[in-house]
Design a protein around this ligand. Sequence first.
Ligand code: HEM
Ligand SMILES: *[C@@H]1O[C@H](CO)[C@@H](O)[C@H](O)[C@H]1NC(C)=O
Ligand SMILES: *[C@@H]1O[C@H](CO)[C@@H](O)[C@H](O)[C@H]1NC(C)=O
Length: 504
Amino acid sequence: MNVTGILLSIILAAIAAFIYRAHRNLTYWQRRGIPCDSPHWIHGNLHGLSKTISFAEAFIKVYRRYSGSGPFCGFYLLQKPAVLVLTPELAKQVLIKNFSNFSERGLYVNEKDEPLTGHLFLLQSQKWRVMRNKLTPTFTSGQMKFMFPTVVSVAEQFVETLNSDIEKSNVVEIKELLARFTTDVIGSCAFGIECNSLKNPDAIFRQMGRRIFTDTRHSLLVETMINTAPNMARKFHMRTFPDAITDFFLNIVREAVDYREKKHVQRNDFLNILMELNKGKLKFDDKGEEKGLTLEEMAAQVFVFFIAGFETSSTTLAFLLYELALNPDIQQRLRAEIIEAVENHGGKVTYECVNSISYMKQVVSETLRKYPVLPHLRRKAMADYVVPGHPNYVIEKGKTVVISVMAIHHDPEIYPEPEKFDPERFAPKEMQSRDSITWLPFGEGPRNCIGLRFAQMQIRIALAYLLRNFEFGICAKTDIPLVFDRKQVLTTTKSGIHLKVQAI
Ligand code: HEM
Ligand SMILES: *[C@@H]1O[C@H](CO)[C@@H](O)[C@H](O)[C@H]1NC(C)=O
Ligand SMILES: *[C@@H]1O[C@H](CO)[C@@H](O)[C@H](O)[C@H]1NC(C)=O
């Protein structure tokens, strides 16, 4: 055989191996007799992702089709076979009961090439465990109480800004405005910086916040590829954020740490806690070696608090106000209860006051039910796992497990008339009759949202201020129904949410 012949056979063999592998992957569930949709040869069950279908919709479709067939069904994340959970029992096993077998998300993390990815949401194994333990005290109710006045002062600014906005026009795009509010809140509470984005819509922090979601380095499809094959992506030294964002956060944290060390500034905020951790020397790696946090490691945690902190809460608030605009009776009742609670607390919006308004909790819970910001949870099987009571249902080591929160929250068996906004679903009696695993906006188990209390606090404070000062209604510019953005993983609308706002 000549050289061309040899080359040709190598190429043919490579193609054959590739096809064989793809075929093996894409028949994985069929061979095991687990129900699944037949996959597209490149996109798996994500065909049309970001164009005709969103992540959430892709999971919902399959969930509805196979619900009732067993504890899970198969799902092809591109060419990678994954597990889609169908029952509350399995969700509970994965998230809580057998957590140690599903303790990671299995998303792309690459601290060497991209230090900002070394944050709590992405960290793995021992590193995650140590960091989680160290960061948990940041979010106790004691800490929340301490940060309460800071959030209140931002809420007061918020009312001022909105008042001056409606002087110009009473049609307000609330999504962006709320993002400016939560940016300022997280800026001052997490790292003691006045972001000033309420006063200045183009403040650098708001710009960066916007860019994190709009200026992604890759399309949703490429990002999905990176996250379905993290080991491969690591070999190629893939990076996921634009350099400007990485540099911005590294610089902010470097400057703040320098400043505080030089001037011996102590503040009771998140950065302070990180700096204290650093002095205490974290026991950090698997070998049990003692070392502190590097600047990059600190910056990564600050970064995750920033991204997880502002967008989630602001979109939740935006959906909530939208529903209040559509349901004036609910708005009226909530306003009345807020006014009464404030009166009962000597006319002041206090920590105890905002936590005492049970109808507010119901409205927030129902908003998070109908619009879970993170539409699905993700875990990776750390070892082969046989679903208890279902010997044929085996989750192999390394497989991704997806729990579609959106599908569960819109399952008519669990929440009748799921498209209806009805806070009565979360009246105490109703809640008792439902398994708590069926409400998952913050996830569950040891790896749930660490910022849950903080998020609830800032949402409650915002509502206490907004509803006493303004009335929200729909107008010609309001999208009914809302149009969701299929290009985003997070639940968010394609454009802004416009409401008619009137001062009371
Ligand atoms: C309405 C607001 C919020 C929602 C709906 C939300 C939702 C979630 C969800 C669903 C998860 C994944 C849980 C799981 O996999 O079981 C998560 C994780 C996380 N959230 Fe939130 N979150 C919110 C606000 C916040 C805030 C304000 C912060 C921080 C200040 C925060 C920080 C985090 C972090 C660090 C993680 C990763 C935890 C870990 O892996 O150990 N979140 N969040
Ligand atoms: C899962 O948890 C249950 C109860 O906590 C336990 O009995 C069982 O052995 C666990 N299964 C695995 C595979 O670890
Ligand atoms: C799976 O869980 C069991 C019991 O909780 C534990 O003994 C085992 O080490 C876990 N496997 C992994 C890989 O974490």
